[in-house]
Design a protein around this ligand. Sequence first.
Ligand code: AMP
Length: 405
Amino acid sequence: MKILVINTGSSSIKYELFDMAGPKVMASGMAEKIGEEESLIIHKRILSNGESTERREAVVIADHHEGMSRIVALLVDTEYGAVRDKNEIVAVGHRVVHGGEAFHSTTIIDEEVIAAIKKNIPLAPLHNPPNLVGIEVARSVFPNALQVAVFDTAFHQTIPKRAFLYAIPFELYEKERVRRYGFHGTSHAYVAARAAEYLCSPLGELNLITIHLGNGASMAAIKNGKCVDTTMGMTPLAGLVMGTRSGDVDPALPFFLADHLGMTPRETDALLNKESGLKGICGTNDMREVIEKMDAGDDRAKIALDLYAYRIKKYIGAYFAALEILDAVVFTAGIGENSPYIRELCSRGLDRLGIEIDLERNKLTGSGISEISSPDSQVKILVIPTNEELKIAQETKKAIANFLK
Ligand code: AMP
């Protein structure tokens, strides 16, 4: 069974083609700068022996439809392609950022689902519109394939009211659905399932704190396999310090900026989403560069890293209290998987909570799952590479099996 996973942004389409027997990736790539003067497609065909061939095309791609048509041409190309006919692809799994309260799980896309995703546009104005374009385009390019939506928010729909409601007039929740939703759900769900496999324990019996540290960053508290709290909120701005996002700030900050600096809501939005976080403190949003700057003696970089790790450590404490019992802390995504320094900084001093990092093991992580807690640690600390595309493909496969039952 061949499943194509796509993640459509405002000017990009990322894709990965899976053969679900395995499962293994057959091809992957990305069309970017769609609608700009010169677009770029990077396409990789992955051979069964693990070797790959890459094709780069600098072309003009006017819109997402043209981008998807070009991707299909590459997928069936005699030299770089992975399938002979596009009809071999039985389903397309779409990453959809905001499912609101309507979706608790992966869903086969029909007109009603499209209407519900549209209804959530005010909650995710930057993400849901391009996701809808991706669905529309995939429907016309793959008319025989099932289209499936996998929502970033779905995994967090088990969060109880005490954790998802804001203490503001209740009507805002009832009428406008203002509440915490949470994001990165596919990643949190994936690493939680992998942790259960690694620990040889049913997920339903595990209490975990999962820490996704990529360009965006979030944490989830998982009780008996179900998410009970998460750091992102109604939008992906809340919670941890991120590359360019502030994370938690005093909610009155925008009023101060408006009254004293005359900043408009749009300017404040840009400031908190694009000019804050690591970048706001030390001028750089890429974690590798921030660490390099700190190593070169840059004070601001050191402050940015301290702030970054302190926020995570604080939430580990908060989520331990929320869960009451904790089996494992899981680090994942670009920074979580690759930075021993950050992992050490946010795990240090938690021995009294039973969380003891082994500094040597922390430096020796490989490509698979690594256990970096000391042998005596009551709580395991794991590094688990995330794979959101694979999770979307697995969810898509499950959804079609249920649909065809
Ligand atoms: P992601 O969004 O998951 O691709 O993660 C991107 C982030 O991971 C960027 O801030 C990168 O600088 C960071 N990253 C990748 N490799 C490393 C590394 N070896 N050490 C520290 N940060 C890294």
